[in-house]
Design a protein around this ligand. Sequence first.
Ligand code: ADQ
Length: 492
Amino acid sequence: MGRIILVSNRVADISKAAQAGGMAVALADTLRSREGLWFGWNGRISDRRSEQITTPDISHINNTTIATLPLSSREHEGYYTGYSNNVLWPVFHARLDIAQFESGHFERYLAVNRRFAQALHPLLKPDDTIWVHDYHLIPLALELRKLGVKNPIGFFLHIPVPPAQIFLAIPEHRELARGLAAYDLVGLQTKIDVGNLIDYLQDGAFGQILKDGRIRAFDREMAIASFPVGIDVEGFVGQRARQTRDRSPGIARIIGVDRLDYTKGLPQKFRAFSRFLAQNADYRGKVVLSQIAPPTRESVSAYADIRNELETLSGSINGRFGELDWVPIHYIHRSAPRRTLVDIYRSSRVGLVTPLRDGMNLVAKEYIAAQNPHDPGVLILSRFAGAAEQLKDALIVNPYDIDEMATAIKTALEMPLEERQEHYDSLIDGIKRQDTFMWCRSFLQALERLGRRGTLAVPRQPLEAARKALQEIELARVHPRVGTNRIAPDPI
Ligand code: ADQ
């Protein structure tokens, strides 16, 4: 069996993968069981010019080679902050309003991908399988193909794909599509993402769906399929720091754990909790919202704005409802050690996971995995998190609908034990079945099968599958006016 070559913007420390959680665990596990190489940026910014940074630093951990390069400061500004974080991240999360299309950044983005391809090329062997991760590296396969690389190359996008009309607004959308077409397999989080990408490729890049479900674009054929990212359930629960204890007897906790990012819907979450307190005076003093939100990408101005907004909001809500012995919102702008998360989730009555848009959202899965099966808490989940496609037995809400979220909080707090257990049983089953190891295995098997036989069983009708997935989420959504989390479709 050939080697596995992983390429990602940042290379995880595989000796500490368990603490990082999520996909790092599965990738490190794959590299333990077969020879491989992990290539990417080492997180450092060098004083040297980019032309002088050509050979990667190489180290070895067991049978894995780690090859990393620094970025020059111009590259960091154009490729990382400028294009990846200020164009691709907001646009793919449907936030065209805050995208910053500045000249020169796309060229830097391409140039870094070209430099990475040139540095990786000499390290490759003919029977290697190459797996590239995330939006920073969309053009990498095309740059490798230009150097004559014929190996199977797969790409996995961790963030969502926006609807075609939004994708089309990126000035360089055709170059990005041409880059995607250089991969043999493009893996996305959900069927809805697959539908969006195929829609765009048909309308914006004149792609065609072939009879076997693959897509032909820019004179190449690629397979596009969904591979939902999961968690390592046992590994996560097993690292639990201590036994659950009720931290504040008599007070129910609602928990939120999100990076402080404008995609995570934190102001809407705070407003919904405030609306809930305004409408349910009897709950004042009996429930708190604890929001853990560590800082990320603080050099980007949109992140400073969201931080200010949250600090103002939590201050005003606490000022309006708080008492000397009760503060309604605990807002913690720091990271929590991973081993304490299980205990925090488990001792919280409600998990409130309401991003405006999210590729998957692993916090939703971690919250369920951490619950006590005999007395589980309730997950409230945004219909716009990729996880909603799998976790339809959560209370599914529209994060823009503050009243609906406020109602869902009440429904969750008052849900009888039997109903909570039914929801939990169905959710934990799916989370265990589609875990992080299955995600990694199924992507690699699909990519290697494509490399050997040139075929992959993908849905023949991906657009139909996407439409059905969207309808199913809408059907599962909490409906405040009906007061139930199940509505029947309207008769036509
Ligand atoms: P993220 O946007 O980072 O990831 P998410 O999947 O929710 O989002 O979580 C990442 C991990 O970070 C989780 O394991 C969580 O426990 C941890 N984490 C978050 N906040 C924390 C805190 N305050 N303290 C400690 N740990 C915290 C991107 C995409 C997602 C996609 C993942 C994986 O944006 O949509 O699910 O990649 O593909």
